[in-house]
Ligand binder design. Structure first.
Ligand SMILES: Cc1cc2nc3c(=O)[nH]c(=O)nc-3n(C[C@H](O)[C@H](O)[C@H](O)COP(=O)(O)O)c2cc1C
Length: 208
């Protein structure tokens, strides 16, 4: 083998090596990012203690959770007309609960209507909240719980209320999702949501 062919072989080998170096690096197993979502129902309009409101109390808490944690927002909107005076709405809600009615709903993901079933498979954490209606979440939330299996998630229940605290909401969620992991629950008076103290208590809960 003369010098020229030896050089050619060496160059070919070098180019092979450099090609190898350009190959994509092996994929290292990355941990799945902790993606979270706030799932909530909230009623705007005539409210027990804060008058006529454009945004419901629970919605404001859901917004705080989302802006503090970066969580997506999934709103459960009841297809029934709840735009009623408070005195009438409580009667409607009582009847729904007594009869175990499961009202239909529409889902809004970050403000966009969800067509078909929402894909919640990528979320690891779900903050789930609503107002306390007759001691627990409004019936329409139970329609959602029946439709969506969240047993693989970490669930953090929250409520807004006017005296009942969590009511039986957290326990009812545990019954709906017995295999889920439950984090610390949170409840706040609806009339405190708009105050500085109220905002701080939401932050305090989230920082835990
Ligand atoms: C139909 C209905 C039933 C309610 N029942 C209760 C209750 O059992 N306990 C309680 O503390 N508050 C009760 N409230 C008050 C709400 O929980 C409270 O105003 C809440 O902050 C409303 O949240 P929202 O604006 O997100 O719907 C009830 C309100 C309504 C409209």
């Amino acid at each position: 083998m003369n010098m020229k062919s030896l050089l050619l072989i060496l160059m070919a080998m070098l180019s092979l090596c450099s090609c190898g170096a350009k190959q994509p690096e092996k994929q290292s197993a990355k941990p799945v990012a902790d993606k979270s979502i706030v799932i909530y129902f909230s009623h705007a309009g005539d409210n027990y203690s804060v008058g006529i409101i454009e945004e419901g109390n629970t919605k404001l808490v859901a917004d705080m959770i989302s802006s503090q944690t970066g969580a997506d927002r999934l709103e459960i909107v009841c297809n029934k007309n709840y735009d009623l005076p408070y005195g009438e709405l409580i009667e409607v809600a009582k009847k729904e609960q007594n009869e175990g009615e499961l009202p239909a709903y529409t889902l809004m993901l970050n403000g966009e209507k969800v067509e078909g079933k929402a894909d919640l498979s990528t979320y690891t954490t779900a903050y789930i909240g609503g107002p306390v209606w007759w001691g627990t979440y409004p019936q329409v939330m139970f329609t959602f719980f029946k439709d969506y299996d969240l047993n693989d998630k970490t669930i953090l229940p929250f409520t807004t209320h006017e005296g009942s605290g969590l009511g039986s909401c957290a326990n009812d969620l545990k019954k709906a999702y017995p295999k889920a992991t439950f984090g610390k629950s949170f409840s706040i008076y609806g009339h405190e949501v708009r105050t500085e103290e109220g905002k701080k208590s939401v932050e305090k809960w989230l920082n835990k």
